[in-house]
Write a protein that binds this ligand. Structure first.
Ligand code: NAG
Ligand code: NAG
Length: 339
């Protein structure tokens, strides 16, 4: 028996199905552009409080904002605490371009796709605390050109891309306490936010090694009282519980238990020991300078000290150089710098 769907009838059926699928898709697109005004349709409560409009969309079980829109006639604070916005996709807030602050606390937020904040040029304060964010990527904050206040405490942050603050270089307040951050580089990272006025770093598992010496120095050079709370070392064991501000550079960058480091310094020759002036101990002068990428930890390279720096007040031996660490020069107190 030859059924209507056998043989060369099949392609026709396939075409029909294809048309149905296309028709469905077309309908989806048409209905997809219908956005609902969160104030007019009373999805959120919109109130003026002391001259500021607050759009309160707290605990509305929202998973996306793509079909919603905010008022275009005035600026507002957008309150989205306690929803289910666990992933933010590019242009998530495109219909809320009049927001001046954004509250996203307690959303189970774990992924901010770069571009999610595009269009939010007016937002000065962003609250993404109490979520599950693990990392700040290079373009996580793209679009937040005027951001001054970033609250990201109580997340699972471990990694910050070195370029993360490039898009938000007007930042004045940075709240990162209660995360899993062990290191925060200065070069290329914190130096991108020169206007910092307040920073919270407490309750992170800080690894107080040589790399953190630059954080210590940065904290000493930002405005007085800008650091709120303490930076307590969790590692290495010998510094566990110490406040970073009370560690010395020698503790952060220790010599390797006497042995390995002496290889950086030639032992005094017979000649030098017989000459009282030359008998003065060899000193390693250190100053902070990022090493070129070619630098290999296992193969320390030394660079001329130009311009010459005054000796550091506490000359010390240096452990094998870590990539972002220090350049050292060897000299004697009477010969000055020699390399
Ligand atoms: C939405 O779709 C309708 C009909 O397809 C169209 O007339 C309208 O311009 C669209 N609106 C937007 C904002 O794209
Ligand atoms: C280190 O910080 C703590 C807490 O802010 C403070 O009490 C202490 O005096 C500081 N120590 C130094 C050496 O600045």
């Amino acid at each position: 028996m030859r059924g209507w769907c056998s043989g060369n009838e099949l392609p026709t059926l396939k075409k029909m199905l294809l048309w149905i699928v296309l028709l469905n898709a077309a309908l989806c697109v048409a209905s997809g552009n219908v956005t609902r005004d969160v104030c007019k349709e009373q999805i959120c409560s919109c109130n003026e409080i002391e001259g500021d409009v607050h759009i309160d969309c707290e605990k509305r079980s929202l998973t996306t904002l793509q079909q919603l829109t905010g008022p275009s006639s005035h600026f507002y604070h957008l309150l989205l605490h306690g929803n289910s916005l666990s992933r933010l996709f590019p242009n998530e807030f495109a219909n809320f371009y009049n927001a001046v602050s954004l509250h996203l606390e307690n959303n189970g937020l774990h992924d901010i796709v770069p571009g999610a904040f595009l269009g939010l040029q007016l937002v000065k304060r962003l609250h993404i605390n109490n979520n599950k964010i693990r990392t700040f990527r290079k373009s996580t904050f793209l679009g937040l050109d005027d951001l001054e206040y970033l609250q990201a405490d109580f997340n699972l942050l471990r990694e910050l891309d070195p370029a993360v603050f490039r898009d938000i270089n007007k930042l004045e307040v940075l709240i990162l306490n209660d995360n899993l951050i062990s290191a925060l580089p200065i070069n290329g990272v914190l130096e991108q936010i020169p206007g910092i006025a307040e920073v919270l770093l407490e309750d992170n598992p800080w690894d107080c090694n040589c790399e953190l010496a630059s954080l210590k120095e940065w904290l000493e050079n930002i405005p007085r009282n800008a650091l709120i709370g303490r930076v307590i070392c969790e590692a290495p064991t010998r510094l566990q519980g110490s406040d970073l501000n009370e560690t010395t550079e020698a503790e952060l960058c220790p010599s390797q238990s006497g042995g390995a480091d002496t290889s950086l310094v030639a032992p005094p020759t017979q000649d030098q020991t017989s000459n009282p002036a030359a008998a003065k101990p060899l000193v390693i002068y250190v100053y902070a300078k990022p090493l070129p990428p070619s630098h290999k930890e296992t193969n320390p390279t030394f660079f001329p000290l130009f311009p010459p720096r005054p000796p550091s007040p506490h000359p010390q031996l240096l452990s094998p150089l870590s990539p972002l660490c220090y350049v050292a020069a060897v000299g004697t107190t009477h010969t000055g710098f020699t390399l």
